[in-house]
Design a binder for this molecule. Structure first.
Ligand SMILES: Cc1cc2nc3c(=O)[nH]c(=O)nc-3n(C[C@H](O)[C@H](O)[C@H](O)COP(=O)(O)OP(=O)(O)OC[C@H]3O[C@@H](n4cnc5c(N)ncnc54)[C@H](O)[C@@H]3O)c2cc1C
Length: 442
């Protein structure tokens, strides 16, 4: 495999495949630097190709958000600031409960409490600021070949370009990874999660069974309730057929083994949004009325179906002129909400490796090799933690007996966790300060 030579910079021609959070953060952090010419090649359209995924939210650690803010151009930074949602007084603490909403364990990790909820839509728009100069849409990467002069990159429309460094930020099904590491594989968990949004109003906010969000677990099924609260407009006035990506929203994620869907007449990918909603309602027939009501008010058009897979571990490879990042390298199960934050952390680390001139004695190839090693370690560490939660929800709850034992163990664990004094969350409904304020106003 050929390696990068110092003579190939400056300016280094960097081609990034994929305009997800990872690829766009990398592009924005490099493009101000004259030593790089950066182009992002995205198969989709500027508005996100109609995928409802772009309308959801992501959770980012404050440390990642801070270093992101530091490295972004000021205009983009200001736009990113507007994408950060209003946190609950208790942050993103998560409550593990059963389907009757009986609280089993309140997860009080500092790590989860301080997470910042960011509108994926607004983050994307912020990161696309000035994109005419550096993103090419409707360009589907097909293959590449390396030569002494660089990398020839080929697209599905028969066009080709040349660059010095090719970066695969093309998500979990990455074609760049498949060519770079043909033996890499992903494991299917057999679980499909159906995500819906629901209107976020003072009334529906009060319906969140545990104010900072919850994960309800029942044998072989799960339901996540989370939210994004837009600081500019905390409560939407809604067109009930559609939730505008700019609006605040409740987010529901209903997990179940794909071959155990109530509706066996077709594959989930072939179901209409209404059929998917009916599927969720059917599953929840005997669940707590609050959980059923949340499903009932969800907006069918907002649906996003995700088949849960995880990337099998990858060992560092011989560093060359092609590398990968984010989901392309270490896609993970969703229960810890760490995929996007990992992709952004990779982008920041890769930008630092490329820009770094502190250790001039180190070649670019050596710096890239160090990035790849630490990216894989960090990414797969997160993937491992995420898989632990997935196993806790599914494998450890695969039979009513196992679920009972797991819930009992969680209940005991909760007694040993030190909970903040102010963390008493009245159950089943905790009316928010906003409702009280609204009442006192009028
Ligand atoms: C509903 C939902 C909620 C989530 N919530 C969270 C959360 O709270 N916190 C969190 O950290 N993570 C969350 N995730 C996971 C997170 O979305 C991903 O981990 C993250 O988007 C990965 O970013 P990325 O840039 O690596 O890849 P992606 O976001 O997958 O972006 C890849 C891009 O590459 C493009 N592409 C793919 N193939 C090609 C090709 N051949 N040619 C050109 N372009 C191509 C795609 O169109 C896409 O734009 C959530 C996921 C879902 C589905």
């Amino acid at each position: 495999m050929s390696t990068l030579t110092e003579s190939s910079r400056p300016p280094l021609r960097v081609a990034i495949v994929g305009a997800g959070p990872g690829g766009l953060v990398l592009a924005q952090t490099l493009r101000q630097d004259k030593r790089f010419v950066v182009t992002v090649y995205e198969r989709g359209a500027p508005e996100g190709n109609g995928s409802s995924l772009v309308g959801f939210r992501i959770l980012v650690t404050p440390a990642v958000l801070d270093s992101l803010r530091e490295q972004l151009p000021s205009k983009v930074r200001n736009l990113v600031d507007r994408a950060v949602g209003i946190p609950k007084s208790q942050g993103n603490r998560v409550c593990l409960m059963d389907e009757t909403c009986a609280v089993k364990c309140r997860v009080d990790l500092d790590e989860s409490r301080s997470l910042c909820s960011i509108s994926r839509w607004k983050l994307r728009n912020a990161l696309l600021h000035g994109c005419d100069d550096f993103v090419k849409f409707h360009k589907e990467f097909k293959s590449y070949e390396e030569s002494e002069d660089g990398v020839n990159v080929h697209f599905a429309n028969s066009e080709s370009i040349q660059c010095d460094l090719l970066i695969g930020a093309d998500g979990a099904g990455s074609r760049v990874r498949k060519q770079l590491l043909p033996n890499s594989s992903r494991s299917d968990s057999g679980v499909t999660v159906i995500y819906f949004k629901a209107p976020f109003t003072p009334e529906t906010e009060a319906m969140i069974p545990w104010a900072s969000g919850c994960l309800a677990m029942t044998p072989r099924k799960s339901m996540v309730v989370a939210y994004y609260k837009n600081p500019a407009k905390p409560y939407g006035t809604y067109d009930l057929e559609n939730i505008d990506p700019e609006d605040s929203f409740l987010m529901l994620g209903m997990g179940c083994y794909t071959n155990e869907f109530f509706n066996q007449s077709k594959h989930p990918d072939a179901m209409t949004p209404e059929e998917l909603k009916d599927e969720c309602l059917a599953r929840a027939q005997h669940w707590h009325p609050l959980l059923r009501s949340l499903i009932a008010i969800s907006v069918p058009k907002s649906v996003y179906v995700s088949h849960i897979k995880t990337q099998d571990p990858i060992d560092p490879w011989e560093t060359g002129k092609v590398t990968i990042m984010g989901d392309a390298a270490h896609s993970m199960t969703p229960y810890l909400g760490k995929g996007a934050t990992s992709a952004i952390a990779d982008a920041l680390a890769l930008a630092e490796a490329l820009k770094s001139n502190e250790k001039e004695q180190e070649s670019l190839t050596e710096r890239l090799a160090a990035y790849e090693k630490s990216m894989l370690e960090r990414g797969f560490e997160n993937a491992k933690k995420s898989m632990f939660v997935h196993q806790l929800v599914f494998a450890a709850g695969n039979t009513p007996w196992r679920a009972w034992l797991r819930n009992w163990a969680l209940y005991v664990l909760d007694m040993f966790i030190r909970h903040p004094v102010a963390s008493v969350e009245p159950f089943p409904v905790s009316y928010s300060d906003e409702i009280e304020k609204a009442k006192s106003k009028g």
